[in-house]
Design a protein around this ligand. Sequence first.
Ligand SMILES: [Zn+2]
Length: 187
Amino acid sequence: MSAMPQLNLFYDRLSSCLLEDSLRPEKLMVEKELALETDRAFLLERKAQWMEVACPACCEKEQQPYGEKHGFTYVFCPACATAYMCLRPDEALLDIFHKQSLNYAHWGKHIFSATEAVRRERIHQQRAVYLADICRVLGIRGGDFLEVGAAYGSFCQEVAILKIFDTITVLEPRRIWPKSAAVRALP
Ligand SMILES: [Zn+2]
């Protein structure tokens, strides 16, 4: 039997207390769909700038077919079981994409700002507790915690409250997010 905390139990607990409309208000999600379609078209029209990549988790180059969604192809890493997109846009195109993305802008301007409090309580607090459970089982205490793509910073703020790690570093390359109270409160 695995010593890891039961992932299914975590998600059961999470789903039982989620209120879909409080996290993703229906009216805002309809507007988001148009932005998402525009973003997809932006990338699909630039396939000449897509490239072959190794597994982003373990650098394994061997890959197996995994599936397709909305014109994007996903592969499976036999070494670490990560599913990832390949081919995918190169770094230069991703940089341009993130800066002009209508979908990210919509989430930042309308959805996250309207739902930050409930997201923090019903998602990020519970994820942080789950992370603390994993660290306790694995004997991890102290060290550095790095969150890549932290958006509003709510999750790392909840992790900071639990005092598991010595330092917390937040990396959020998209400047479209309004700075949240959580990010401002980080040391
Ligand atoms: Zn891998």
